[in-house]
Design a protein around this ligand. Structure first.
Ligand code: NAD
Ligand code: UDP
Length: 324
């Protein structure tokens, strides 16, 4: 049996974090979830509150936190464009100061620390599909920069703490992920399309819908994140985690209509500034080093996600709190 550990998950009440907490609690670990609930709500982890090995802290990761832990998963950061652009300065602070705070804790506790980075470090890529060696094409002064550059700076901090202080770090670059517990109002394409299709509202395609994304189901990504934390100590990454199945946004809209049985029409809206034209992970490294690859095809994962959207009361969800 694997040894039980004290584990901190920052952003642990979020879409990915809450599922990660569930997996770690089920494995018997002593789990601390720290979150400021900017883009999530307590209901995501309410079912874990009566577990002896789960603890919930309301904490903003831009502030130092003093805990004794063996492992840290650093997920705290708004992830959807509408959320991270809501207060871009705060987003950059969360990535950079959050990284410094968790790295300081890891250094003091000799803990392993994993950074949830993103395919956004590749910007609007000129190389396709994107391997980890590709250095990216990010506009440093555009509206997405607060997120992209924050995540890039966090990767830099992780590698410098590793090289200069011997901290045991891990970096995963997560590509577009979807699944149950996505925030219905996060503005991301999967949640928007499902919500619109179920309500019979027009499905908003930004631009022509020819741009592509590669969508990975939540459980596959969380499995990859845990495998990366448990990987050999000589492997810090970064490693891509994503599903190589690539779809145009229009194809996603059509599949959502088919699976929901909706009669919604497709409408075109302006393409946001710096919206990447295409994105697909090269997962050769994850296959080789982690023995990981996604298992859930889009059609199946989307059907499960639609079932979840049907099961919740959308009115119970609120837009991000303007609490800064
Ligand atoms: P999410 O918004 O559901 O989760 C982020 C969590 O962090 C939320 O619970 C939020 O309240 C919390 N948070 C935000 N700022 C905070 C702060 N200053 N202090 C403490 N908590 C804070 O998003 P998610 O999709 O679950 O993403 C989790 C992580 O994975 C993020 O770091 C994100 O950048 C990364 N990621 C996600 C995707 C994806 O497609 N979902 C893709 C790439 C990277
Ligand atoms: N998009 C869309 N309609 C929407 C929301 C998003 O066409 O209602 C597009 C968006 O312009 C982008 C893609 O879908 O090209 C993915 O957007 P999302 O915000 O989910 O993620 P990201 O752009 O960060 O990959």
């Amino acid at each position: 049996m694997a040894s039980l550990k004290r584990i901190l998950v920052t952003g642990g009440a979020g879409f990915l974090g809450s599922h990660l907490c569930e997996r770690l609690v089920e494995a018997g670990h002593d789990v601390i979830c720290a979150d400021n609930f900017f883009t999530s709500q307590k209901s995501n982890v309410a079912h874990l509150l009566d577990r002896d090995n789960f603890e919930l802290l309301r904490h903003d990761i831009t502030q130092p936190l003093w805990l004794e832990v063996d492992e840290i998963y650093n997920l705290a950061c708004p992830a959807a464009p509408g959320h991270y652009q809501f207060n871009p300065i705060k987003t950059l602070k969360t990535s950079v100061m959050g990284a410094i705070n968790v790295l300081g804790m890891a250094k003091r506790c000799r803990a392993k620390v994993l950074q949830a980075s993103t395919s956004e470090v590749y910007g609007d890529p000129e190389v396709h599909p994107q391997p980890e060696s590709y250095r990216g094409a990010v506009n440093p002064i555009g509206p997405r920069a607060c997120y992209d550059e924050g995540k890039r700076a966090a990767e830099t901090l992780f590698m410098d703490y590793h090289r200069h202080n011997g901290v045991n770090v891990r970096i995963v670059r997560i590509f577009n992920t979807y699944g149950p517990r996505m925030h219905p109002f996060d503005g991301r394409v999967v949640s928007n399309f499902i919500r619109q299709a179920l309500a019979g509202e027009p499905i908003t395609i930004f631009g022509s819908g020819a741009q592509t994304r590669s969508f990975c189901y939540r459980d596959d990504v969380v499995e990859g994140i845990i495998r990366m934390m448990d990987a050999a100590d000589d492997f810090s990454g970064p490693v891509n985690l994503g599903n190589p199945g690539e779809f145009t946004i229009r194809q996603l809209a059509e599949l959502t209509i088919e699976l929901t049985g909706s009669r919604s029409e497709l409408v075109e809206r302006p393409l946001p500034v710096d919206d990447p034209e295409r994105r697909r992970p090269d997962i050769t490294l994850a296959r080789g080093r982690l023995g990981w690859e996604p298992r859930v095809p889009l059609r199946e994962g989307l059907a499960t996600t639609i079932d979840w959207f049907r099961s919740v009361r959308i009115a119970d969800f609120r837009a991000p709190t303007p609490n800064y």
